[in-house]
Design a protein around this ligand. Structure first.
Ligand SMILES: [Zn+2]
Length: 349
């Protein structure tokens, strides 16, 4: 529903040319783009995680579009420098990729390298350690492979219909919302493990096939265009964790990256990054731990005021639901996220 409203809103903004009129007010000084998978389109009808992927062809079009808009492509170190030095002579864009997927190396890296564009990959260290549980991909596999699933939901045995694309999509939405609303990561992962055990989905194999190994990360990190950022150890919803766990996830995520790559990460992305997963306590801990920047998934472009909230920066999601070049214009103009935010200029904090 929200997606449909945003999509029609984006269309309306585009066709009315309103984003161009609003640009001086909403355009900000730059933007941090958020991407996940970059890989060729799959034919399957059931693709509930599609918002987490774009095609290599679309990435090419995004790059071409931004180049035509005459923005500077910058690293996160440079985003930090421009915000703190108040160097806003030219608009800038930074590319960031969450989770360390292998397709970033296979499909996104060659495109960005060819254009000389710097980018950051945020790696949860349990993924290359092969202990990561990509529960959203595991849930997709359970639903894709079965016509019905039985599970205990809130103390009751439930049977969820998964026959056909529409039912699978409905089942995924229902279970995803139910899982994300759980009070802790531990409870959420327990519930997913029950499903993957019962329906024989190999979570470790999913991690292995989707995520880069340490060798692959080391190879890509050797390129000066590439920054490796922190993304905790276990990809946890930090705001739901106790103080001790939240701190240790942030500290250990850095320590493991430093041990593996020889460089202490200066930049952080909060897993999930929405208000249920990262809030004022996390922003404060990240600042205390010395991160130069930390990004959320709250939608928005950057304003000079973000120099005061460097560990609570918004991003613009370049996602598979809006794979049309013209949407990119609207989104990076700031008008798209203003639409999302009810036409208010919101700070991520
Ligand atoms: Zn993530």
């Amino acid at each position: 529903m929200k997606r449909a409203i945003i999509r029609s809103g984006l269309e309306a903004l585009y066709f009315s040319g309103a984003h161009r009129l609003m640009r001086p007010f909403l355009g900000g000084v730059g933007a941090i783009l958020m991407l996940h998978h970059v890989r060729p389109a799959r034919p399957d009808g059931f693709q509930p995680n599609q918002l987490l992927e774009i095609t290599p062809d679309f990435l090419e079009r995004v790059v071409a579009r931004l180049a035509r808009m005459n923005v500077d492509f910058v690293s996160l170190d440079e985003v930090h420098r421009r915000l703190t030095a108040r160097d806003f002579g030219r608009r800038f864009v930074a590319f960031t990729f969450d989770d360390g997927y292998r397709d970033n190396k296979e499909f996104a890296y060659p495109i960005l390298r060819r254009h000389g564009i710097p980018f950051c990959i945020y790696v949860p260290t349990s993924f290359p350690d092969r202990l990561g549980e990509l529960w959203w991909a595991a849930l997709e596999a359970v639903i894709a492979q079965n016509d019905a699933i039985v599970l205990e939901m809130d103390g009751r045995d439930c049977k969820v219909d998964c026959a056909g694309t529409a039912a699978k999509t409905g089942a995924f939405r229902l279970l995803y919302a139910w899982l994300r609303a759980m009070p802790s990561d531990a409870q959420m992962l327990d519930a997913v493990r029950e499903l993957t055990t019962r329906y024989r989905v190999d979570t470790a194999a999913i991690c292995d096939s989707l995520c880069m190994s340490w060798d692959e990360i080391r190879a890509i990190a050797a390129d000066p265009l590439v920054t490796i950022g922190a993304h905790t150890v276990n990809h946890v919803m930090l705001a739901k964790a106790c103080d001790t766990v939240a701190r240790s996830e942030l500290k250990m995520g850095c320590a493991v990256l430093e041990a593996a790559l020889g460089v202490m990460p200066r930049h952080l992305a909060y897993p999930y990054g929405d208000p249920t997963a990262a809030g004022p306590r996390e922003f404060a801990i990240a600042a205390e731990l010395g991160f130069a920047t930390a990004v959320t998934t709250r939608p928005g472009v950057l304003f000079p005021e973000h120099a005061e909230t460097l560990t609570a920066l918004p991003r613009i999601s370049i996602n598979g639901e809006f794979q049309r070049g013209r949407y990119v214009d609207v989104l990076v103009s700031g008008a798209g996220t203003a639409l999302w935010n009810g036409l208010r200029k919101l700070r991520a904090a």
